[in-house]
Every structure is written in structure tokens, then in C-alpha cells.
Design a protein. Structure first.
Length: 296
């Protein structure tokens, strides 16, 4: 067990999982405090580093591309006070931080964890239900539907249509952009077959953000929705010609090789990792496992 305790937070590592708990210091960002403790499986990690300064340093975790829906939805635009994968370290604790870094790096080497991208989320995203008020509206999400409600600051043309409900099944994506300088930010839901993008101020599928305190919390909504959309690196389902044939009635593929068998075994291991990390429910894991076993 490796552990480092700071005012900024506490990080622990048991050889399989890193637990990142935000501190209660006033400098800890609102997003980190709201997100709470984060459990990161070792398989999701690409690396760890320690940056030392005169008065304080910083521990940084680097996750594999596609492992975390929060990082994917925000596109690396979360600022330091809110970034859950950074920890401010006081200079007199550099020795502990170095030990922590070496323990994680050793585990990555021993387990032979690749640093490349993944094809499925290894973190589940923020817990639900979730409701955030910021900018010109309030967004609520229950896992299947998104509810957008407007406030008195909303542009009349957008507010006139009233509250809006979107189904996750109708979305192509979600994007979060923080306000920067004179440019306002937004949380936008990309609805399939919707008209071309318009400024968030007038877009009924977007909340406009002005750089206020609660703006970063909209990133949690973006992450929760992203976790329930198809993974961007997952292979696309082949187009079907004619009515679908039940799997039990399909002929076995000719010339199945050992490589096919190994690939199916790897898929079983991946499903097990997703189930242990909470991405797949018990029912989803059972159905997916049965489908793989049938192919074997």
C-alpha cells in the first residue's frame, strides 16, 4: 500500500486501484469536491509523474486515451484547480511522492499495462441522477433522458420553446467548452439530424456558460452522458442486408483459427475488467459474456 496525504487531497494505491480523494482545502476546485473519491483501475493508467518546485510540486496521472468519459467529453480543457488527476505536493513530502510514483510505475511494468488507447471506458463516469444549474439553464440527467430548463437570463428566442427533453439514443455526442477570455463557453448536446450548429446563446440543445463558479460542474453532466454513448474507438457495427438472422441459426464461420480463439479470450478478460470497474452492470456483463462464449 502506498499513500500520500496532502491538504489538496489523499492518493492511495493498493497495487490494483488508485483512489483519489479531494482535500478540504479552499483551493480545491468545485468539480473535484463534487466528484468526490475517484477509483482508477491500474489498467486505465498510462503513466505518472512528479513535478518538483521550490515551495510545492505536483503529482500527475496520465490516463490511456478513451479510458475516462470525463477526459474525453472535456477534451483536456479542465483547469488545474478542478483536475482530479493532479495533486499539489508540499516540498517536505517529495520523498513520499517519489515513493508513490515508483510504486505505481513498478506495478505498470509488472502487469505489462500498455499505454495505448482503449476501445471501451474503464471508468464509469459521475454517479446519477445528476442536476446542475449554471449559465442560462439547468441540466438534469437520469441515465436515459436529459432535461434542459431555462432561467431568466436565457435569450428569449431560446426560452420561448420552453423546457426540452432529449433521449440519449438520439444523440451523436456531447461537448463541453469552458469560457475563455471574452469567449463564452457551453455544454452542447449533438442531436442526430439536428440543424447545423448555432451559437449556444440561441441553440435549444445547448447551455451557454459565462465563466462563473458552477460552470465546471457542467463537465460532470457531459461525462455522465458520454459514458452512456458508444465509445468513439469501438468498432462500428456492420450494416445488415435484409432481415437479421438469429445468432443460433447462423452458420459457423469457416476455418476458425487459433488467433480467433485468442481474440475471444482477450475479449472475455476485457469484459471482466469493465465489470469489475463498474462500467458494465451484472446483467450487461452476463449477456456480453454469453455472446462471446457462443462464438467460441
Amino acid at each position: 500500500m502506498a499513500e500520500i496525504i496532502q491538504k489538496d487531497g489523499t492518493w492511495t494505491f493498493d497495487g490494483e486501484t488508485l483512489r483519489l480523494t479531494p482535500g478540504r482545502d479552499k483551493n480545491v476546485g468545485l468539480l473535484r469536491r463534487t466528484l468526490g473519491e475517484l477509483a482508477v483501475p491500474l489498467q486505465a493508467l498510462a503513466g505518472v509523474s512528479l513535478e518538483q518546485g521550490k515551495k510545492s510540486g505536483r503529482l500527475r496521472l496520465r490516463l490511456r486515451d478513451g479510458a475516462d468519459p470525463l477526459l474525453h467529453a472535456t477534451g483536456g480543457r479542465i483547469t488545474e484547480p478542478h483536475d482530479p488527476y493532479q495533486l499539489v505536493v508540499e516540498s517536505d513530502r517529495y520523498g513520499v511522492a517519489e515513493y508513490f510514483t515508483e510504486e505505481v510505475r513498478t506495478a505498470l511494468l509488472l502487469e505489462q499495462i500498455p499505454s495505448g488507447p482503449v476501445t471501451g471506458y474503464l471508468l464509469p463516469g459521475p454517479p446519477l441522477p445528476l442536476s446542475v444549474s449554471a449559465g442560462d439553464g439547468t441540466v438534469s440527467f437520469d441515465g436515459e433522458r436529459i432535461r434542459l430548463e431555462w432561467n431568466w437570463k436565457t435569450e428569449d428566442a431560446k426560452a420561448a420553446a420552453g423546457p426540452r427533453t432529449l433521449a440519449v439514443a438520439d444523440l451523436e455526442g456531447v461537448e463541453w467548452q469552458p469560457a475563455a477570455g471574452l469567449e463564452n463557453g457551453h455544454l452542447r448536446f449533438l442531436v442526430r439530424h439536428a440543424p447545423a450548429k448555432v451559437p449556444a446563446k440561441y441553440d435549444p440543445n445547448a447551455v451557454e456558460l459565462w465563466g462563473f463558479k458552477k460552470d465546471p460542474l457542467m463537465a460532470l453532466v457531459a461525462a455522465a452522458v458520454q459514458a452512456r454513448l458508444p465509445h468513439p474507438s469501438a468498432p462500428a457495427a456492420p450494416a445488415l442486408e435484409g432481415p437479421p438472422v438469429p445468432e443460433a441459426d447462423r452458420p459457423a464461420p469457416p476455418g476458425r483459427t487459433e488467433d480467433d480463439h485468442d481474440a475471444l479470450l482477450r475479449r472475455l478478460r476485457e469484459l471482466g475488467e469493465l465489470h469489475r470497474s463498474g462500467v458494465l452492470t451484472d446483467e450487461e456483463f452476463t449477456l456480453a459474456k454469453q455472446a462471446v462464449l457462443k462464438r467460441m
